[in-house]
Structures are given as structure tokens and as C-alpha cells.
Design a binder for this molecule. Structure first.
Ligand SMILES: Nc1ncnc2c1ncn2[C@@H]1O[C@H](COP(=O)(O)OP(=O)(O)OP(=O)(O)O)[C@@H](O)[C@H]1O
Length: 236
């Protein structure tokens, strides 16, 4: 069953094309990696899926009862975000904002959800620590727990492993795999790490200002573009 269907979507900035003619769909339970070189249009697409940026043409259909505010999002980390002066608990609790509705305060239900996700991400011991004092890997676990408070259906991750050392990166990918397999949450992840992308993802979307490939990971590995990109010798 499709969760997201994109038909002929294009995005522009001030009239200049950023990425165009994207046609792909994401099924419930899928794990899609969006790959491509710098400036290919990956983050722009993520902003489109989050409704932060409107396509200049084409349609994005969000289906199967998924509301736009039920998407968990782990943004690309900026210096400012890394320096956020709040406790781990507060950062994770803020992921429940979309559940508040007209309620003025968080209830036991949201607080229980926060505890569950702190446990799932193995960061319960960090709950009272200041977010900005944590290591990069710990910060990403906090942001994953926050994203899981926002959704039971879909998480979007923009370069979650950027700046992490190889061991912490592997641990993070394993956590994301568990979120996908054990919690049955659909994953859409932007990644520069093509080798891990083909190790974990079920589908690959390769962009370079347009769609160069969309299909299963097995087909991507056997494709000309997949072989070239994995070999490091890719030029569009
Ligand atoms: N706010 C903006 N204003 C103008 N142009 C932009 C803006 N954001 C992105 N672009 C342009 O849109 C194109 C796609 O950028 P985007 O950030 O989506 O690529 P990306 O694949 O995510 O790159 P990276 O891997 O470096 O993060 C690029 O040509 C970029 O210069």
C-alpha cells in the first residue's frame, strides 16, 4: 500500500530549477534512501515531502491515512541546533507537540511516550543532561527519539550520520534498521554514504537535478549508474 506518491514533481528557487520531473512512490514499511552528489536536490525533496516547500509543478499525494503532521523528521544538523540549550527530556518531549491538539499541557500519555522512546534509543540515563553537552552520536539518538514521538508511521532523515565516526555511524544505522523492521515505521533517508545505503535500504532514489534512478536496491546495484556511483567514479 502506497504511503506517498510523487508525480512529475519539480522544485524551483526564485524561478531557477533545483530538481525536476520526480516520479516515485513509497510503500508502507519501505526503507528508501535518497542519494546523489552535493546540490543534487535531496534536501529540497525532503522539504517538499514535509510541506515546507511547494512543488512548482506536479503532485505529492500522502495516502493511507497519513497526516502531514504525523511525520517524524530528523533534520540535517546545523551548528545552532547542536548548541540547543534544553535538556534531553525537553527536546524529546517537543516531538509530542503535534499530539497536543487543543490541550494546553502535556499529559501522562505524552510523558509515557517520551519514556518509551528514551528507552528504545538507549538514552534514558541522559534524560536530565543538557542536549548541547552530548556527543554527536548521542544527539542523533535524542533527535531520533524526538522524531519517534511525532510518528508511528513515517520518519524522514536528512544525513543522520553526517560528522559521526564509523562505529557510531554503524550503531545509528542499526537503530534505524530496528525502527523500520521492529516498529514497522517507514523510513526515507537522505544519505551520502552509498555503501550503507545499499546495505540497509529496500529502494534507492538517485537524483542529480532530476531522477536518474528509482527502483529496488538489488536493481540499483546491477545498474550502470549504481555501479558507477558505488565505485566512486560517478559524473552525471
Ligand atoms: N534556499 C535556497 N535558495 C536558492 N537555491 C537553493 C536553496 N536551497 C537549495 N538551493 C539550490 O537547489 C539545488 C538543490 O539543493 P539541495 O540542497 O536540495 O541539494 P542536496 O542534494 O540536498 O545537496 P547536499 O548534498 O549538498 O546537502 C542546488 O542547486 C542548490 O544550490
Amino acid at each position: 500500500m502506497n504511503l506517498i506518491t510523487c508525480k512529475n514533481i519539480s522544485f524551483t528557487y526564485d524561478g531557477f530549477p533545483a530538481v525536476k520531473d520526480l516520479n516515485f512512490s513509497v510503500e508502507q514499511g519501505d526503507y528508501l534512501c535518497v542519494v546523489g552528489e552535493n546540490g543534487a536536490g535531496k534536501s529540497t525533496l525532503i522539504k517538499g515531502l514535509l510541506r515546507l516547500k511547494k512543488p512548482s509543478s506536479g503532485t505529492i499525494s500522502i495516502e493511507n491515512g497519513l497526516m502531514a503532521n504525523e511525520i517524524g523528521y530528523l533534520p540535517q544538523q546545523t551548528i545552532v541546533q547542536k548548541d540547543f540549550p534544553a535538556s534531553v527530556y525537553e527536546v524529546v518531549l517537543s516531538g509530542c507537540l503535534n499530539r497536543l491538539g487543543i490541550k494546553p499541557f502535556y499529559t501522562k500519555k505524552e510523558k509515557t511516550l517520551v519514556e518509551e522512546n528514551l528507552l528504545r534509543m538507549d538514552i534514558i540515563d541522559l534524560r536530565d543532561r543538557c542536549y548541547r553537552e552530548l556527543s554527536g552520536g548521542q544527539q542523533q539518538r535524542v533527535l531520533l527519539a524526538r522524531a519517534l514521538c511525532s510518528t508511528q508511521k513515517l520518519i524522514l532523515l536528512d544525513e543522520p550520520a553526517a560528522g559521526l565516526d564509523p562505529m557510531v555511524t554503524q550503531e545509528l544505522y542499526e537503530l534505524i534498521r530496528k525502527i523500520n523492521q521492529d516498529m514497522e515505521i517507514t523510513v526515507i533517508m537522505v544519505s551520502h554514504d552509498i555503501h550503507s545505503a545499499v546495505q540497509y535500504a529496500k529502494h534507492i532514489l538517485h537524483l542529480y537535478h532530476t531522477q536518474l534512478f528509482f527502483g529496488t536496491t538489488a536493481d540499483y546495484k546491477n545498474s550502470e549508474i549504481g555501479r558507477r556511483f558505488m565505485g566512486g567514479g560517478f559524473r552525471a
